[in-house]
Ligand binder design. Structure first.
Ligand SMILES: Nc1nc2c(c(=O)[nH]1)N[C@H]1C(S)=C(S)[C@@H](COP(=O)(O)OP(=O)(O)OC[C@H]3O[C@@H](n4cnc5c(N)ncnc54)[C@H](O)[C@@H]3O)O[C@H]1N2
Ligand code: MOO
Ligand SMILES: [Mg+2]
Length: 413
């Protein structure tokens, strides 16, 4: 039996970063950028007004006040999106809207609240403004030639906005792996079949496909393989058209646990079987037709936990991510915890926040078939091999299962 760390090293050494592809800008959200991006122009591209008001020559506002306004002649109205053809002379103002380019000759803006409309085309300036006042200068956000994003950066909404401000409509990103998902077992029913004696619904295909999607990869449902060598072989080979194969079940020591055999056939290889963890001890990893293949355990929680620990980091690596692990936080355990073996345990916990501290409490029955306690979990408490008991109040490490939606809160800031 190898340790979680050794197993993870083997997995990560085996999987390689995929190639790149060109995507529409919005479709690249959540992807890793595969190119360096330099700014082709300044942002903003021109000096422009930060306020609705009047473009002026700042020297004309000298000593202006509410008591002693300065009167200027308004020679033009300038909405955003238009360039003035006029040159502002002494004694003149141009009515200007936020974002409109500053006319030649002007060097400041007086916001409308600091003015009054005068006679005819005149405006009364009620305060003095220094040069550059309420101007936004060309290039104050981005300078032409600046390195804006580096290969390997994650494209989040702000990066998508930045790229669009540079006029980029497509972007080179790392590909998403196709992940073939195969459930094994004679007891399994498709979810649209009626329940029958001795049978259960195939839930692993769905939880695993959801995890694949949540990680940003592409699930391909291969359905159910029955516990025969022929069916398994045929379905595994079909899966080898994808970039990664995940199976669940059939990997322990039972009479019909045949997945290990698939990994030992000629043309395949098995790199490990059995990891010193709970849940998820019986699981295999290797390659079929050159494709990384995870033989996850059949128990519904075990397969999800093994995915979290091994498959997710591997998929993130393939997609070019550099941060491939879930965040781990320190929490205070709310109750006593005890274990009776020297495996690394991943315990389903709920988390609440008290001031700046996380408080973790287990979500109930930790059996490997109890999916409800997985659904309630916000994290997995990681209990090291040699740590046999933890007392209430002690600090523990919790790996956050922070899918963007499940970590949303009902409490606003
Ligand atoms: N003698 C031993 N028996 C078992 C051991 C052991 O060490 N010695 N380990 C147990 C542990 S721990 C686990 S985990 C399971 C792993 O079993 P397999 O990977 O061989 O999976 P199966 O036997 O096929 O199924 C186990 C369990 O999970 C249910 N299952 C399977 N696939 C699905 C699915 N797609 N959707 C929902 N539920 C599924 C299946 O019906 C079984 O109840 O082995 C233990 N046994
Ligand atoms: O390894 Mo099993 O996953 O403990 O239920
Ligand atoms: Mg079994």
């Amino acid at each position: 039996m190898i340790s979680v760390q050794e197993a993870r090293d083997i997995v990560l050494a085996q999987v390689k970063v995929l190639g790149t592809e060109r995507k529409e800008l919005l479709a690249s959200l959540g992807r890793v950028i595969a190119e360096d991006v330099f700014a082709p122009h300044d942002v903003p591209p021109h000096n422009n007004s930060a306020m609705d008001g009047y473009a002026v020559r700042s020297e004309d506002t000298h000593h202006a006040s509410r008591e002693h306004p300065v009167t200027l002649n308004v020679i033009e109205d300038l909405p955003a999106g238009y360039v003035s053809q006029r040159y502002l002379q002494t004694g003149q103002a141009i009515r200007i809207m936020t974002g409109a380019p500053i006319p030649d000759g002007a060097d400041a803006v007086v916001r409308v609240e600091d003015t009054l409309r005068g006679e005819g085309e005149q405006v009364l300036i009620l305060r003095e403004v220094p040069p550059l006042y309420d101007l936004r200068l060309a290039g104050e956000d981005i300078r032409q030639g600046d390195l804006i994003l580096r290969q390997g950066d994650l494209l989040r909404p702000a990066e998508i906005g930045l790229l669009s401000s540079l006029g980029r409509s497509t972007i080179q990103v790392y590909q998403r792996p196709q992940v073939a998902i195969l459930s094994t077992g004679d007891e399994l029913l498709y979810i649209d079949e009626p329940l029958q004696p001795g049978k259960i619904y195939n839930s692993n295909s769905y939880s695993l496909a959801a995890l694949v999607l949540d990680a940003g990869a592409i699930p391909i449902q291969l359905g159910i393989a029955r516990d025969t060598r022929e069916d398994l072989e045929q379905k595994f080979l079909a899966g080898a058209r994808a970039d990664v194969i995940i199976s669940s079940g059939g990997v322990s020591v039972g009479d019909y646990d045949l997945v290990k055999e698939m990994l030992k056939k000629s043309g395949s290889e098995m790199q490990f079987w059995k990891v010193c963890m709970k849940p998820g001890k019986p699981q295999a990893f290797g390659a079929i037709a050159g494709k990384p293949t995870f033989g996850l355990p059949g128990n519904p929680v075990s397969s999800m936990v093994s995915f979290e620990v091994f498959v997710r980091p591997a998929l993130l690596k393939m997609m070019g991510h550099t941060q491939i692990y879930r965040r781990v936080v320190t929490a205070t355990l709310a109750e006593d915890f005890r274990k009776s073996d020297r495996r690394k345990h991943f315990v389903r916990v709920a988390l609440r926040q008290e001031n700046t501290r996380y408080i973790a409490s287990t979500t109930g029955d930790q059996g490997s078939g109890i999916l409800r306690s997985m659904a309630k979990a916000k994290g997995l408490m990681v209990v090291d091999e040699e740590r046999m008991q933890i007392q209430a109040g002690e600090s523990v490490a919790v790996m956050l299962l922070d899918h963007s939606f499940s970590m949303s809160s009902t409490r606003d800031f």
